[in-house]
Design a protein around this ligand. Sequence first.
Ligand code: NAD
Length: 364
Amino acid sequence: MPVQESVAIPADRLRDFVARIFSVAGCDAAEAARIGRYLVSANLAGHDSHGVIRVPRYVAWLQEGAVYPGMGLTIIREDKTHAVVDGNCGFGQTIGPLAVDLGIKKAKQTGLAAIALHRAGHLGRIGDWGERAAEAGLLSLHFVNVAGGELTAPWGGVSRRFATNPICITVPRAGGVPLVLDFATSRVAEGKVLVASQGGKKVPDDSLIGPDGTISGDPRLLYGEIEGTHVRDATKGKGALRTFGEHKGSGLAFMCELLAGCLTGGATSGPMPSGPRRITNGMLSIYIDPAHFAGAGFAQAVEDYAAYVKAAQPASPGGEVLLPGEPEIRTREARLAGGIPLSAETWAAICATARDLALTPPLL
Ligand code: NAD
């Protein structure tokens, strides 16, 4: 396919293509379809950082034995209200739903459950897991870290000490689509720097910090020189991501390490390994059934308060207050109608991965 500036691909075709890639790469059909489903779900939500741009990296991890196909959860410890589970370095798109479903089952019985997951392959967009719990009528909170994924400097420092450690809080709504607060505690997710390094949207120029304390938006601080290669290796850069919100984001990132790394029995982030690039997510998730708390009045109270917040005077003429999750709903609608935009470089990298597996990319 000739390289274009960017392409827009219908979600279902992209999902099928990604599923075919992982099927040929060694996953069974159901797992390959799940990987396609959740990567494309991140693109549909507007989080291209956690979408199909990850395909070359996931395939490389599979081939290097850094992530394993066909894995399930091992329950290390369990009672009615909680479980500690090992994801066995299986694909996050398989391990994530299994861990969430265990939390849903327990919270439906007791009203409150915590699932401490360690050694999950990359869990992608954490909002997908909150949305899965919300579909079952539950609120959920997720604190995530990345063992082996040290990328972010603490407030006041320049050395990498945290991963990008996302936090997600999801609240179901009577109308169906939940409220989803879901963000990295770094100023931008690493994947957003990846997107920028492949000709996509630039990251803000205060996203990264160099070893001398210089603040910048240059992806080379994370990946080193990037000329002539599709593979981005974050061990090569000499700088670090910065946390959002000064000391507050830094404090949240630190607590994610303690909750998702120490409490789950997994590992905190540490220096990125330079051999097999294994990174695994730890995730402490708390599931709450509102029926056991505020009861029948909860759904209406959420609607009333959401409407009150939406009705705040906009800061600028024609402006609008958005609720957590609203930007994703709008992007999803637009992309389902008009296709998922990918930079030519991202599409070329996915197609190169497919060709390496003797698969012919679809003609667009
Ligand atoms: P972001 O900065 O785009 O923030 C997204 C959140 O902010 C959403 O909840 C969104 O609804 C809300 N939001 C955005 N604009 C808003 C507005 N104008 N008004 C009100 N709310 C608004 O997200 P991010 O930090 O770039 O993270 C992107 C994704 O990366 C997330 O899905 C996260 O789970 C994922 N992530 C995953 C990992 C991992 O290890 N698996 C690591 C880091 C990040």
